[in-house]
Design a protein around this ligand. Structure first.
Ligand code: NDP
Ligand code: HSE
Length: 440
């Protein structure tokens, strides 16, 4: 194990990645060198920036000789390694190399952490190296440190929020400007919010990775992205957005991690990401553009909300630099690295154990007794109806009506069975949409 040395010499920083976020980290390291040195207790020296192509035109002007394609050699000469390349390989191998050398690593790579976080934390612990990743969840918002430190004397019961800026930007444009999905996505890419492969954003994988990381810190057990049930926003149409607005809701892509007791009595956590209708007056409905917001519920603290820019170069670089200064301070002061260990074994439960409510829109026969038969299906599955509206004009078919049913909270398994039974009911001509509702 490498013991950190106390130093006031310049601390060498290797930057892996000089894209949207990396270029802004390089800018801060050079422009704000004096402020950073004062805070860290020693100067931070940018040793180099590893990129794929040294000739590419960059947003931030740096001396040409700082760029390299040899990330491994750059790591060899560094005290702190900042990984902002993204993706699994070569990021994973390079981070492992740095941690095995006892170097501090700062990363914003949620895809990697949500898949290999447990093994990387174990390598860090074994080699006395620190792995920090505040930037990996919700961009500039300080959310991981509060979960790990400030709330460590409490029991977190639920974390719920908007954790992907790209999809919030798209849904917001669809809601407020009736924008087309593809145009809104192109705009988010242009602004640097989207992942290199924006499928990760729109299919919900990026939010799911963040839910796995949030749950790991909130509940003290290790979760991977495979344990998060995930639905993205690609099926959401402008018509869905308009229907939600008509009912007094706005559609958001929510990530939720909550403690639950399964039907068989197992204590666990349900982790999920899906498009969700939120009442217009709920604070999450007011989260616009690429902003993020994370709600935390804890037994003693009650309800807390963290809000701010969830993506973007300078915004994310701010979170990265917070970790870098904190690690540099420790290198100056000396003392052991802060390593993360599991504190519970709260198992991940299937999504069917979640408690939620839904709005179901049905096209039904407009005839006597139909409402009674539809209501009976909900009753048979133990699902209570909170609101019901019939609209004959909206069905746009001869002898048909549209029914909009909002349920009370019920187990996801019972809600799914209800919808399945409705599909088989002879008076139901079709299930138009089923969207979950939270925050009522
Ligand atoms: P970009 O795609 O803009 O930049 C990636 C950088 O890494 C580029 O400079 C690229 O080089 C370099 N790179 C990629 N692969 C390699 C490789 N194999 N060898 C050497 N260099 C490589 O990504 P972002 O800056 O947007 O994101 C970086 C990380 O931060 C990701 O993990 C992302 O999920 C995370 N993040 C991003 C946020 C955002 O708002 N953009 C917010 C929060 C986290 P080259 O320039 O030559 O192509
Ligand atoms: N693509 C991510 C988002 C970047 O849109 O939120 C921030 O993690």
């Amino acid at each position: 194990m490498t013991q950190p040395q106390t130093t006031t010499d310049a601390i060498a920083v290797a930057l892996l990645g000089g894209g949207t976020v990396g270029s802004q980290v390089a800018r801060i390291l050079t422009e704000d060198a004096d402020m950073l040195a004062a805070k860290a207790g020693a100067p931070l020296r940018l040793a180099g920036v590893a990129v794929r192509s040294k000739d590419r035109k960059r947003d931030v002007e740096l001396p040409k000789d700082l760029y390299t394609t040899d990330a491994e050699s750059l790591i060899d000469g560094a005290d702190i390694v900042i990984e902002l390349m993204g993706g699994i390989e070569p990021a994973r191998t390079l981070i492992e190399q740095a941690l095995r050398d006892g170097k501090a690593v700062v990363t914003g790579n949620k895809a990697l952490l949500a898949q290999h976080g447990e093994e990387l934390s174990a390598i860090a612990a074994e080699h006395g190296a620190q792995l920090s990743f505040e930037a990996a969840v919700a961009g500039a918002i300080p959310i991981l440190r509060p979960l790990r430190d400030s709330l460590s004397g409490d029991r977190v019961t639920r974390v719920m929020g908007i954790a992907n800026g790209t999809t919030n930007f798209i849904l917001d444009r669809m809601d407020t400007a009736g924008a087309d999905f593809a145009d809104a996505l192109a705009e988010a890419q242009e602004l640097g919010y989207a992942e290199a492969d924006p499928t990760a954003d729109v299919e919900g994988h990026d939010a799911a990775a963040k839910v796995a990381i949030l749950a790991t810190l909130a509940f003290g057990a290790d979760y991977s992205i495979d344990e998060v049930s995930c639905e993205g926003i690609t099926q959401i149409t402008a018509a869905d957005s308009a229907a939600a607005a008509d009912a007094g809701y706005v559609i958001k892509l929510l990530g939720i991690a909550e403690r639950r007791t399964a039907e068989d009595g197992t204590e666990g956590a349900v982790l999920r990401v899906h498009p969700t209708m939120v009442p217009r007056e709920h604070p999450l409905a007011a989260v616009r553009g690429a902003y993020n917001a994370v709600y935390v519920e804890a037994e003693n603290a009650g309800e807390l909300m963290f809000y701010g820019p969830g993506a973007g170069g300078p915004e994310t670089a701010s979170a990265v630099m917070g970790d870098v200064v904190s690690v540099a301070e420790r290198l100056v002061r000396g003392g052991p690295a802060r390593v993360r260990t599991s504190t519970s074994s709260l198992t991940a439960l299937p999504a069917a154990e979640a408690h939620t409510s839904v709005m179901v829109v049905l096209t039904v026969d407009d005839a006597p007794g139909v409402l009674r038969r539809v209501a009976a299906v909900f009753e048979d599955h133990g699902v209570s109806i909170e609101a019901l509206r019939q609209d004959s004009a909206a069905a746009e078919a001869e002898g048909a009506a549209q029914l909009r049913v909002v349920t009370h909270h019920a187990r996801q398994r019972d809600l799914d069975a209800t919808v399945e039974a409705l599909r088989g009911l002879d008076v139901v001509r079709g299930v138009v949409s089923v969207v979950r509702v939270e925050g009522k």
